[in-house]
Design a protein around this ligand. Structure first.
Ligand code: NI
Ligand code: MN
Length: 230
């Protein structure tokens, strides 16, 4: 089994698991200033939606309709997508996991401290993260969130990779992201949700140096369309 994670800019990622494509928070060019790829060029068998904000959901409806991907999101977002004509949806909610068919496997929806209002003002329920267990590889997308100490509960048994925001202003900033690594102790971390707009400008190489010096986690900085394999 091979897992290739590709960064598409801001907080949009995709996983290629032996040819099965999982897109997290579809927000592509031209809406996403950090992205170089357009949603029409993306393959998807699954879409994981952490919350309802436009910088995560802008391309979800079109991507789901074109590809027929199954969208996994909270109950409120799934209902909103259904009303927009997305036919393949799977609602979960905070703390709930579900064993999807291999190779995706067990997907748990985790707590996040943030908002989740949808672009048209509809109620989007609570924001979330995703904890994936893909044939023993544990990957935690924290989603947009503040620092919270219960994150440590998601690290039980060890994490192979964490994807977390470091941009500050709307989410954890560099200092809180370092504290989060104390709780999570993953083998590797990929930062996201920075440099897309002026309020979230960060020197991410300086942050990576601190991660190397102050933790046992390997920081992995990806530019748009760069990948990390695990
Ligand atoms: Ni957000
Ligand atoms: Mn966001």
């Amino acid at each position: 089994m091979s897992i290739k994670l590709t960064f598409h800019g801001h907080a949009t990622f995709s996983l290629d698991i032996d040819g099965t494509h999982v897109v997290v928070d579809p927000f592509f060019a031209p809406n996403n200033p950090s992205a170089t790829k357009s949603a029409v060029d993306v393959a998807a068998d699954y879409i994981l939606q952490t919350h309802g904000h436009g910088d995560h959901i802008a391309d979800t409806v079109s991507l789901a309709k074109r590809t027929g991907a199954l969208v996994i999101a909270n109950f409120e977002i799934v209902n909103w997508l259904s009303a927009k004509g997305v036919t393949r949806v799977h609602g979960q909610h905070l703390g709930g996991g579900f064993k999807h068919p291999d190779p995706l496997g067990y997907v748990k929806m985790t707590t996040a401290f943030h908002g989740s209002g949808l672009p048209d003002g509809s109620y989007g329920g609570m924001p979330a993260g995703f904890l994936l267990n893909i044939q023993g590889k544990k990957i935690y997308f924290t989603g947009d969130t503040a620092l919270f100490s219960d994150m440590a509960l998601y690290a039980a048994g060890g994490l192979d990779l964490v994807i977390m925001p470091v941009g500050d202003n709307y989410t954890m900033g560099p200092d809180d992201a370092l504290l989060a690594l104390d709780y999570l102790k993953p083998k590797a971390v990929i930062p996201c949700h920075y440099n897309t707009w002026p309020p979230i400008t960060q020197d991410v190489q300086a942050w990576a140096n601190r991660v190397r010096k102050e933790t046992h986690t390997e920081p992995v900085i990806l530019n748009a369309e760069e990948s990390y394999s695990l």
